[in-house]
Design a protein around this ligand. Structure first.
Ligand code: ADP
Ligand code: ZN
Length: 201
């Protein structure tokens, strides 16, 4: 994608798990490399499900090399001053410092490509993704296929022991007992401890 003639902007690829964010990030990174741009790819540590820590890989098996990080400061520390393009995957796991950092990159003339899931398993805004989407010049919100009804999926359904996870389940789970499904708004379930009380609100 070519945006302005003058370099320096932010692109966000948002959407649920399985919506193709990593595929799209990999596509953009490869094209920038073909254009002989110096590209640096970072990926939050917290997501280690599909391959080792050193690659962004999509659910369809494609990958590009990535530097594992778990905070925005680590991106700043490992920045290659010759980079033209910075790509960051799984940005929802990063701290709020990612917002001023990528703004500074864009101001300095870098193209910043950010991929992340914009809502958590409850369907609520996830980490700094809303701020990043607001600040970006370009935002694409991708959809997966709802595993229940086949419609466009915009929600991450968390499943624990075969059942939808409750609202009070932690935003980021450590230990991997949970699994996820892509679902649409109507098939997404987030049970509250006391459903009756919520119905009265
Ligand atoms: P993301 O980075 O958004 O999690 P990926 O790029 O890793 O997405 O994976 C997208 C791929 O996931 C699709 O091309 C498809 O092969 C696969 N996939 C598995 N389940 C689904 C689903 N429910 N809807 C859409 N794609 C799915
Ligand atoms: Zn559905």
């Amino acid at each position: 994608m070519l945006y302005g003639a003058r370099g320096g902007w932010i692109e966000v690829i948002a959407g649920v798990m399985f919506s193709g964010k990593s595929e799209e990030l990999i596509r953009r990174v490869r094209r920038a490399m073909i254009a002989r741009k110096k590209v640096q790819v970072f990926k939050s540590h917290l997501d280690e499900r599909y391959q080792g820590l050193y690659a962004v890989s999509s659910h369809d098996g494609r990958s590009v090399e990535a530097i594992p990080i778990d905070s925005s400061i680590q991106i700043a520390q490992q920045l290659n001053t010759l980079a033209d393009v910075i790509a960051i995957d799984e940005a929802q796991f990063l701290d709020a410092g990612i917002v001023p950092l990528v703004r500074a990159f864009a101001t300095r003339g870098l193209r910043v490509i950010i991929a992340g899931t914009d809502t958590d398993f409850r369907g609520e805004p996830f980490g700094a993704m809303p701020q990043l989407m607001a600040d970006a010049e370009l935002v694409d919100k991708l959809h997966a296929i709802c595993v229940i009804c086949g419609g466009p999926a915009s929600r991450n359904q968390r499943i624990i022991d075969g059942r939808p996870a409750g609202y009070d389940s932690p935003t980021i789970m450590v230990g991997g007992r949970e699994s996820y499904e892509a679902r649409c708004r109507h098939c997404h379930q987030v049970p509250r401890v006391d459903e009756d009380q919520v119905a009265l609100l």
